[in-house]
Design a protein around this ligand. Structure first.
Ligand code: ADP
Ligand code: MG
Length: 401
């Protein structure tokens, strides 16, 4: 059983709470460009500060590959956090040194210490026990509120709670698990949509959903793979060749519950008379030519998909319907986002999971009009497909020898 903040001992006053947060924020010229993740950490930090705990915060930022990299320092986060918490936030580098240990011990009630990027050390992603031990010294109890990293077994996610007890999941993690848990026994009709480009990673998850959902809408490069599996020409479209057999078996097991696009938006480089000209057009899926790349679902398809969302009671969506970063191929994704917002307004429960899908819904200005946007794509997918996350398993009660 996962433990949460309410399962921690009642008296936390004066104790050092070591909190794994997700401050993997975008930086721009040494400043925090988007503070969404800092804001998302506040409920847990305020909950602990109200109980007079002293807080030490751990996070990674970017992929420094085990070496200190000033461009990926967490130091710009400290003033941003201090302003929002209304308390002093000290900063210390490196995260595992004697200075950090001393600073943690000297913290006064209500003070917060943020330590440097854990991925500046190679032991973080290697889940090195020595590093985990040095980090565990910084707290008297452990809280993990970094939902987006729960699918990783790293020193700061699984190593520390193996050594530091008691431990529990924070409020952000709890909220994510609630939203995803509701999809385990969804209200029906239950519609899911899959798109995006990481087909190899996701097609197995899609198979699982295809067994449980009433309708599966397929778009993006995922749809290209299914079209090819059915024998259609897909030109130069992105297709996952290794997934064709699995796609065929999903289609036959799906018994008509799986919807593929009827038309696609293509970039046509066929060219005339040896000249290469680029043309964007919508074509039926049986009219894709060898020089074409399908980069979005077509207008008839997104009208059909939007219609399919009308009246759904639950909806889960992973993966954009097209290459939405390019405005010429964004219409399918934005139309589905709009349909999801309308389904939510009509009483449906709608969850968007996946980094790029979430970014697309944000770009459409609709993140407040769906039920839940996951803060961690990889973690959400792993939890939905296996029901487990290494970072959560690490927070369960440890049996003492
Ligand atoms: P998520 O991050 O939501 O889990 P993925 O990472 O699997 O989604 O895929 C997102 C990417 O897929 C986006 O960058 C998008 O441009 C790309 N994509 C979607 N459809 C297509 C397509 N038809 N061809 C090429 N790329 C696509
Ligand atoms: Mg992605």
């Amino acid at each position: 059983m996962t433990r949460f903040l309410r399962d921690l001992p009642a008296d936390l006053a004066g104790k050092r709470g070591l909190v794994r947060v997700d401050y993997n924020v975008p930086l721009d010229a040494g400043r925090v460009a988007d503070a969404t993740r800092i804001e998302a950490s506040l409920p847990t930090l305020l909950w602990l500060l109200q109980r007079e705990a002293r807080l030490v915060l751990l996070s990674h930022l970017g992929r420094p590959e085990g070496r200190p990299n000033p461009a990926l320092s967490l130091s710009p986060v400290a003033p941003e956090l201090a302003g929002r918490l209304g308390t002093e936030v000290l900063f210390c580098a490196p995260c595992d040194g004697e200075d950090a240990l001393r600073a943690s011990r000297e913290l006064k009630a209500g003070q917060v210490l943020l330590v440097e990027n854990t991925r500046f050390l190679p032991g973080e992603t290697a889940n090195d026990e020595v590093l985990a031990g040095r980090l565990a010294r910084l707290g008297d109890f452990f809280v993990n509120d970094a939902f987006g990293t729960l699918h990783r077994a790293h020193a700061s996610t699984t190593g520390v709670p193996a050594l530091l007890s008691p431990s529990g999941a924070g409020l952000l993690v709890e909220r994510e698990l609630e939203a995803l848990g509701a999809l385990e026994r969804p209200r029906r009709p239950f519609v899911v949509a899959f798109g995006g480009a990481k087909i190899g990673d996701k097609i197995e998850l899609m198979r699982r959903f295809a067994e449980r959902a009433d309708l599966v809408l397929v778009g993006g490069a995922m749809a290209n793979t299914f079209l090819r599996a059915q024998g259609f020409e897909t030109g130069t479209s992105l297709v996952e060749e290794a997934a064709l057999d699995l796609a065929r078996s999903i289609l036959s097991a799906g018994e008509g519950r799986i919807r593929l696009p009827a038309d696609v938006r293509v970039l046509d480089r066929t060219g005339g008379k040896g000249e290469s000209v680029e043309k964007v057009e919508s074509v039926r899926v049986d009219a894709i030519e060898p020089g074409m790349a399908a980069l979005d679902i077509g207008p008839e398809s997104h009208a059909r998909y939007a219609e399919a969302l009308r009246g759904c009671a639950s909806f889960f969506w992973n993966g954009p319907m097209g290459l939405f970063e390019d405005p010429r191929f964004a219409a399918g994704t934005f139309a589905l986002a709009e349909a999801a917002a309308e389904a939510t307004a009509a009483g449906g429960f709608t969850v968007i999971g996946g980094g790029d899908s979430a970014a697309a819904v944000r770009r459409a200005g609709l993140s407040d009009r769906v039920s839940h946007v996951c803060t961690g794509g990889g973690a959400a997918l792993e939890y939905l497909s296996s029901g487990r996350l290494p970072g959560l398993d690490a927070l369960t009660e440890r049996r003492r020898p």
